[in-house]
Design a protein around this ligand. Structure first.
Ligand SMILES: C[S@@+](CC[C@H](N)C(=O)[O-])C[C@H]1O[C@@H](n2cnc3c(N)ncnc32)[C@H](O)[C@@H]1O
Length: 712
C-alpha cells in the first residue's frame, strides 16, 4: 500500500550492520560513532545540578532517584487482542512462562543470595493486562533458561498478541479515557505505541464497528510509515494516518449529521498531545542522553510544545479531554507549558485530577515553582534577571505563577513519575478538559455550515501532486456503490448482507485491475472525501479483499486476514466453516503451502461441512467448548484440501492459544545447531512481510501453471 519509504531501508541497513557486527564484533559499522551503551559513563554534573536546583524530588529521595536512573529498564508488556484471545494468552503467560522465572535468581548488590523474580501486574492498567518483570530485555535475551519467554515475547509481538511498551508510556491513553464513539486525534503519534492503545480502547466493544475513529499524525514523513506498520497490526477500519506539523494542523471538515446537506468543522472528543521533548526521563532506555544533556534542549523545545498544545486545545470539542505528556523531567517542558496555556486560555480550559484512574501508581504532584536557566547554568527567579543575550532563549512565559495565582491553575493536578517510584522510566502527564470556547475562539462560529456542492459519484481523478520532502501517496478511490465493477461478484460469493455499505470500500488506484480492496468506517470515509485536498493522508483502510484470479474460485477476490474481523459480521453462512479443534490444528501445523492437508484427513464433521462448499476463499470459525476462546481465520477450500491462510507469526499465535505443538517454531538459539534466530521484531517495519503464499495449482486440483495468482 502506498509507496515504499526510504526509512524502511534505513532499518534494513541497521539490521544488516547489526548482523555484520555480530560476525565481526571488533569492527564498528561504517560511520557509526555511537558509544556502546554498556560503555557509557552514566553521569552528568550539569544534569544533577539542574534537577537538584529544580527540586525535582525531595532531597531524601535524590540518591534513590539517581541510582534508579543508572539502571537498565525492566521489561514490560501488555497483552492485546480480542478479549477471549487476551484472556487465553494471559492464562498461558501465567501458567507457562512466568513459572520459568522460578528457575532464575536476580543478583542484587550487597546480597549474597539471589532474589526471586516476581512478575508485577500493573494495578492501574485496565483489565490487568500489563506486566512488569524485574529483568531487562538483555537479561531475558541472554539467559538460556528464559529462551522460551524470550521467544514468546518476540513471536507474540510479531503476531500482535503482545505489545512491548514501557510502563509509563502506557499512562496517557489510559487517562485519555477513549470510548468507541470518540473522535480521537493523536497529534505526535510516531512510532505509535500509544496510538495502538487508543485504537484498542476504541474497539473495546467487540463485534461492533466503532462509530468514532483515530487520526494519528506526525510531522516526520518517514516516521508516519512506522504508524502504518502499527496500524496494520491492529486491523482497524477506523484509523487515518496524516502527515502535518500539528502546531498548524488544518481544521477537518465533516458532514453535519444534523444537516446532512452541509458540512461543519470537526472537533475532536479526545486529543493526545505526546509532544517532542528532550527525553531526559528516558535515560534508562537511552543512556547516550548522559553524554549530551544540556539545559538548552528543554528551553529550545518549550515553544513548539506550547504551540502544539495550543492547537490541540483549539481542535478540542467542548467537554472534550486532552492529555499533554512528555518523557522529560524538565519543568520548562512540562508545568511551564501547561501554565502558559492555562494563562492564555483563562477559564475555558482546566486541569483534571485523574489519580482515581491510576490506582496504585506512585507519583509526585506537579511542581508549582521552578527556575528557568540559561545554557551556562545560571538560574533566574524572574525574567528581569535574564541578561539580554539569553532573552530569546529564556522567555518570560517560562516562569512559574506568582504564589498568589497558584490556586487558579491547579498545577498540582499534573502527574510526575520518577524512576525510583516503581522501577520505570520518568514521565509527565497533564489532563485538560475544555469547558468553554477559548478566548480567541469566541468570535468564531462553532459550525461553519457550508452548503455542500452536489458531487457526482465518480469524479475525474485529480492529478497527483508531488509533495515537497515527502512521498507521493496513491489516491484513495472509493467504490461508487453496489454497481462498482467487481462488487457484484464479491457480494454474491461471500453472500454479503444488505447492511454492508459497499461505498466504504476503496482501492489505491484509478485505473487498471483492482488488486487490494480496503475497508474504512463511514466516518473515516467522510473525513477522507471531505479533506483529501487539504490534508496529507498517508494511509487508511484495512485490507479486506485481495485479488486472486483462480479458476477454481468464482470470485476473483479472496479474503484477507487483516480485514476479516471487520467483514465477518456481513458474510453469509455459505462461506463459513465451523471447524473442530483437531482440524484447525491440522491446518495450522501444515507448513508446506503447496501441500495442504487433504480432505480425507479431517474429521467426518468437517468433511461433511466442506462437502458442498464451493472451492475458494472461506472463513474458518472455531469455538472452544471448554473456554470462551473463539478464533476466526481466513481459509481456502481447495478441490481436495482445506488450509488456513495465515502468516507464520499468526500460525504460532493460534497454535499457542489452542495448546497445540508449535515446538518447531520455538527454537533454543543457545543450542549449537539452532538456526539463526530472527531479530526481535518490535518497531521494525520490514518485519511485516507476510509469509502467506497464494494457493498453488496443485492444492486446487489444477495443473501447475493454470493458476493465475497475484500475491498480496
Ligand atoms: C515523543 S515522540 C511521540 C511518541 C508516540 N506518541 C508514541 O507513543 O509512540 C514525538 C513525535 O513527535 C513528532 N513531532 C515533532 N514535532 C512535531 C510537530 N510539530 N507536529 C507533529 N509531530 C511532531 C516527532 O516526529 C516524534 O515522532
Amino acid at each position: 500500500m502506498g509507496r515504499k519509504n526510504r526509512n524502511v531501508n534505513k532499518f534494513a541497513q541497521r539490521k544488516r550492520e547489526k548482523k555484520e557486527q555480530e560476525r565481526n564484533p571488533k569492527e564498528k559499522p561504517a560511520g557509526d560513532t555511537r558509544k556502546h551503551y554498556e560503555d557509557i559513563v552514566r553521569e552528568n554534573a550539569a544534569f544533577e545540578e539542574y534537577y537538584k536546583t529544580q527540586k525535582v524530588c525531595p532531597e531524601e529521595e535524590w540518591p534513590a532517584f539517581l541510582s534508579a536512573l543508572k539502571e537498565n529498564l525492566p521489561t514490560t508488556f501488555r497483552i492485546t487482542g480480542s478479549k477471549c484471545e487476551a484472556d487465553a494468552l494471559m492464562n498461558i503467560v501465567k501458567s507457562k512462562y512466568f513459572s520459568e522465572l522460578l528457575n532464575v535468581r536476580l543478583q542484587v548488590e550487597g546480597k549474597e543470595e539471589g532474589e526471586e523474580i516476581k512478575p508485577f501486574n500493573l494495578p492501574w492498567y485496565p483489565g490487568g493486562l500489563a506486566w512488569q518483570l524485574r529483568l531487562s530485555r538483555m537479561d531475558i535475551r541472554r539467559n538460556e533458561t528464559l529462551y522460551r519467554l524470550h521467544n514468546f515475547l518476540v513471536a507474540e509481538t510479531a503476531a500482535g498478541g503482545v505489545s512491548r511498551q514501557e510502563t509509563v508510556s502506557m499512562i496517557p491513553p489510559v487517562v485519555l479515557d477513549v470510548k468507541p464513539h470518540h473522535k480521537v486525534l493523536d497529534m505526535c503519534a510516531a512510532p505509535g505505541s500509544k496510538t495502538a492503545q487508543l485504537i484498542e480502547f476504541l474497539h473495546a466493544e467487540e463485534d461492533k464497528m466503532p462509530t468514532g475513529f483515530v487520526m494519528a499524525n506526525d510531522v516526520d514523513n518517514s516516521r508516519c510509515y512506522m504508524l502504518v506498520h502499527q496500524a496494520k497490526r491492529l486491523n482497524s477500519p477506523c484509523i487515518l494516518i496524516t502527515n502535518h506539523d500539528s502546531a498548524v494542523m488544518p481544521s477537518i471538515t465533516v458532514t453535519d449529521e444534523q444537516n446532512p446537506g452541509s458540512t461543519k468543522q470537526l472537533k475532536f472528543d479526545r486529543i493526545l498531545c505526546d509532544v517532542p521533548c528532550s527525553g531526559d526521563a528516558t535515560l534508562r532506555k537511552n543512556p547516550d542522553i548522559w553524554l549530551k544533556w544540556s539545559t538548552g534542549n528543554g528551553n529550545n523545545l518549550h515553544g513548539i510544545q506550547y504551540r502544539v498544545l495550543r492547537r490541540g486545545c483549539e481542535l478540542l470539542a467542548l467537554g472534550g479531554r486532552l492529555v499533554y505528556s512528555t518523557c522529560s523531567f524538565n519543568p520548562i517542558e512540562n508545568e511551564a507549558v501547561v501554565h502558559r496555556l492555562l494563562q492564555d486560555a483563562g477559564e475555558s480550559v482546566k486541569l483534571v485530577d485523574v489519580t482515581d484512574m491510576l490506582p496504585g501508581l506512585k507519583h509526585h504532584k506537579g511542581m508549582t515553582y521552578w527556575k528557568p536557566a540559561s545554557k551556562d547554568m545560571v538560574f533566574y527567579e524572574n525574567f528581569e534577571e535574564v541578561p539580554e543575550k539569553w532573552q530569546t532563549v529564556v522567555r518570560p512565559q517560562m516562569f512559574p505563577p506568582k504564589p498568589e495565582d497558584l490556586p487558579k491553575y491547579n498545577l498540582d493536578r499534573c502527574i510526575r513519575i520518577l524512576p525510583h517510584h516503581q522501577d520505570t522510566g520518568g514521565f509527565f502527564v497533564a489532563v485538560f478538559e475544555k469547558v468553554s470556547p477559548l478566548p480567541w475562539e469566541k468570535d468564531q462560529k462553532e459550525t461553519t455550515e457550508v452548503a455542500e456542492k452536489p458531487t457526482e459519484e465518480k469524479k475525474e481523478p485529480p492529478k497527483k501532486r508531488r509533495r515537497l520532502g515527502g512521498y507521493k501517496e496513491d489516491p484513495f478511490v472509493f467504490f461508487s456503490g453496489d454497481t462498482e465493477d467487481v462488487f457484484p461478484s464479491i457480494k454474491e460469493y461471500y453472500d454479503l448482507n444488505a447492511e454492508f455499505d459497499s461505498k466504504c470500500l476503496l482501492t489505491r488506484c484509478y485505473v487498471g485491475k483492482k488488486k487490494n480492496i480496503y475497508l474504512v468506517s463511514p466516518l473515516v470515509k467522510d473525513v477522507v472525501q471531505k479533506n483529501e485536498a487539504n490534508i496529507k493522508i498517508i494511509n487508511t483502510g484495512v485490507k479486506t479483499f485481495v485479488r486472486c484470479d483462480n479458476k477454481n474460485m468464482m470470485c476473483p477476490f479472496r479474503l484477507s486476514q487483516e480485514g476479516l474481523a471487520s467483514i465477518v459480521p456481513f458474510v453469509g453462512a455459505k462461506r463459513r466453516v465451523r471447524i473442530l479443534k483437531e482440524d484447525l490444528i491440522l491446518v495450522l501445523q501444515n507448513d508446506n503451502p503447496s501441500k495442504p492437508p487433504e480432505l480425507h484427513r479431517f474429521t467426518e464433521h468437517t468433511q461433511q461441512l466442506v462437502k458442498d462448499l464451493a472451492t475458494g476463499s472461506c472463513i474458518l470459525e472455531f469455538q472452544d467448548t471448554e473456554s470462551s476462546l473463539q478464533l476466526t481465520l481466513v481459509g481456502w477450500r481447495g478441490v481436495h484440501s482445506l488450509r488456513a491462510y495465515t502468516a507464520t507469526s499468526d500460525t504460532v499465535h493460534y497454535l499457542r492459544l489452542l495448546g497445540a505443538d508449535f515446538s518447531k517454531y520455538d527454537v533454543n538459539k543457545f543450542k549449537k545447531d539452532a538456526p539463526e534466530n530472527e531479530d526481535e521484531s518490535e518497531a521494525k517495519p520490514e518485519a511485516e512481510a507476510m509469509e502467506v503464499t497464494e494457493p498453488s495449482a496443485e492444492q486446487n486440483g489444477s495443473k501447475e501453471g493454470e493458476v493465475q495468482s497475484t500475491s498480496s
